[in-house]
Write a protein of this length. Structure first.
Length: 429
C-alpha cells in the first residue's frame, strides 16, 4: 500500500523513508542540540593513542584437591576441561602415577569412540570375523575352501557398490586385456561391468543347474567376450543401478549351491571337478571359482579407479590361490601361443622356469616350458623370474605390459619373455 503522498512520492516526515527530507524539529523541546548531546561519540581504541597496553597478569594456577583432579580425568580425556583445569590435571599427572595410568586408559578408550579417518576396511577383517564366529560355532553347511575367495571378493565389491549414486553407476570404465601381443580395451560404465560379471558368472551358474542370466538370447559355446557383447546388445537400455540385485542374487545362489554340495565334492568325480566351459578352454569348478574371484577383484579395482576410490588387494591366502591358478595355467598358455607362432619353438624336454612371486600371498612355482602337461623340474631350470604378487596379478589381468612387470630376471631371455607374454595372454574381458 502507498502512503498519504501517493505512489512514487516520499513523505518528508516519515522516519522510515530514506529518501525523505529530515523534518525541522528545532522548535521542539530539547532541540537538535539536546538530541546530539544524548548520542555518545565513538570511542577511540587504545591501540590508536600510542599509549602502551597495560600488562595483564597471568591467571593464578588452580590448586585442586586430588579427588577433584581425579574426577576431572574423564573430561580431560575428552578435551572437555577448561584451559585452567587442563593445566592443573596435566601438572598432576606428572606427579601421580595412579592417575597417569587411569588417564592413559581413558585416552585409549576415547580413541575407540572416534570414527576412523578412512572408510576403507582391512581386507582381512571379514575373514577374521568369520573365523572367530565359526570357531565358536561351526557352520552347519560350511563354504568349501575353494569357494571362500569368491565369497570374500563378491562381498567386498557389493560393499563398494552399496552407496553408489547415479553419477557413480554411469562413470566410464575401460576394460583392458591382451589379444596376442597387443593390449585391447572396451569402454563401458560401472553398471556395464556388473552386467559383464553377471553374464560370465552365469557360466558357472548354468553348469550348477541355476538360471542363466543371459537367457535364451545367448547360445551355448560362447566365451566371456561374446556372451557379454550378446547380453549387452539384448538389453533394451544401457545397464543402470538395476544391474546390482541380479548379480548379487546370483553370487549368493552359486555359493549356496556349491556349499550344499560339500567340501569333499572337489575329489575325483565330485562337484569340484564339474567342467566349466569358457568357450575355447575348460576349467574344473574348483578352479573356475578361483578364476571368478580373481576377475571380481580385478574389475572391482577398475570400478574403484573410475570413481577415484582406493581398493586393497585380497587377503594373502586368497591372493595365493589366485597366483597358484595362474601359474598352473601357464604351460597351457605357452603351448597355445607356440602353436599360434607367438612363442619360440620347444627346446630340450623338461626345461623349466622358476617363478618367484614376492610379498604377501607369494611363493615359488616351477613352470614347464615345453609341454602343457609337463611338470617343472629344479634340475632342468633354465631361467628365474621374480615379481611382486600384486604386479603378477596385474600382468595376468592384462593391466600391465610384460616389459614393465618383471622385477628380476636371470637365465634364458627367450624363455623369460615367452612366460611373461603367456601370463598376459591369460587375460580376457
Amino acid at each position: 500500500m502507498s502512503g498519504a503522498g501517493g505512489p512514487g512520492r516520499h513523505d518528508p516526515y516519515d522516519p522510515y523513508d530514506p529518501f525523505g527530507d529530515e523534518p525541522d524539529r528545532s522548535g521542539e523541546t530539547g532541540g537538535t542540540a539536546d538530541a546530539a548531546a544524548r548520542i555518545p561519540t565513538p570511542r577511540s581504541s587504545v591501540e590508536d593513542t600510542g599509549v602502551p597496553l597495560p600488562d595483564v597478569p597471568a591467571p593464578a594456577p588452580l590448586v585442586l584437591e586430588h579427588r577433584v583432579l581425579k574426577s576431572l580425568l574423564g573430561a580431560w580425556a575428552l578435551a572437555a576441561c577448561s584451559p585452567e583445569e587442563a593445566v592443573a590435571v596435566e601438572d598432576h599427572l606428572g606427579e601421580c602415577g595412579t592417575c597417569a595410568e587411569e588417564a592413559l586408559r581413558l585416552r585409549d578408550a576415547v580413541g575407540l569412540l572416534h570414527a576412523e579417518e578412512t572408510l576403507d576396511l582391512d581386507p582381512m577383517l571379514r575373514a577374521r570375523v568369520l573365523e572367530g564366529c565359526l570357531t565358536r560355532r561351526p557352520a552347519r553347511i560350511p563354504v568349501p575352501s575353494w569357494t571362500v575367495p569368491y565369497d570374500a571378493e563378491t562381498a567386498r565389491l557389493d560393499a563398494l557398490l552399496q552407496d553408489f549414486g547415479d553419477p557413480e553407476w554411469h562413470a566410464p570404465v575401460r576394460l583392458r586385456w591382451y589379444e596376442g601381443d597387443e593390449q585391447v580395451s572396451r569402454k563401458t560404465t560401472v553398471a556395464g561391468v556388473i552386467a559383464h560379471l553377471t553374464c560370465v558368472d552365469g557360466l558357472v551358474a548354468r553348469s550348477l543347474g541355476l538360471d542363466d542370466p543371459a537367457g535364451p538370447a545367448v547360445r551355448d559355446g560362447l566365451g566371456p567376450l561374446e556372451r557379454t557383447e550378446a547380453y549387452w546388445k539384448a538389453s533394451y537400455f544401457p545397464p543402470t543401478r538395476a544391474a546390482r540385485p541380479p548379480w548379487r542374487d546370483q553370487t549368493h545362489a552359486v555359493i549356496r549351491t556349491v556349499s550344499f554340495a560339500g567340501e569333499d565334492a572337489a575329489g575325483a568325480g565330485g562337484t569340484g571337478q564339474l567342467p566349466i566351459s569358457y568357450g575355447d578352454f575348460t576349467l574344473p569348478l574348483r578352479d573356475a571359482m578361483i578364476d571368478r574371484a580373481f576377475e571380481c577383484w580385478v574389475h572391482a579395482g577398475d570400478i574403484a579407479d573410475a570413481v577415484d576410490y582406493p581398493y586393497a588387494a585380497p587377503s594373502p591366502r586368497h591372493l595365493n590361490r589366485m597366483i597358484d591358478l595362474a601359474a598352473r595355467m601357464l604351460p597351457g598358455s605357452l603351448d597355445q601361443r607356440r602353436r599360434s607362432g607367438l612363442a619360440a619353438p620347444s627346446g630340450a624336454p623338461g626345461r623349466s622356469l622358476r617363478l618367484e612371486v614376492e610379498g604377501a600371498g607369494g611363493g615359488e612355482w616351477l613352470i614347464a616350458l615345453d609341454s602343457p602337461t609337463g611338470v617343472g623340474s629344479a634340475e632342468r631350470e633354465v631361467a628365474h623370474v621374480a615379481l611382486d604378487g600384486v604386479e603378477f596379478c596385474r600382468l595376468a589381468a592384462g593391466h600391465v605390459s610384460p616389459e614393465e612387470a618383471a622385477a628380476g630376471q636371470l637365465g634364458d631371455r627367450d624363455a623369460i619373455r615367452d612366460v611373461l607374454r603367456a601370463t598376459a595372454s591369460l587375460s580376457r574381458m
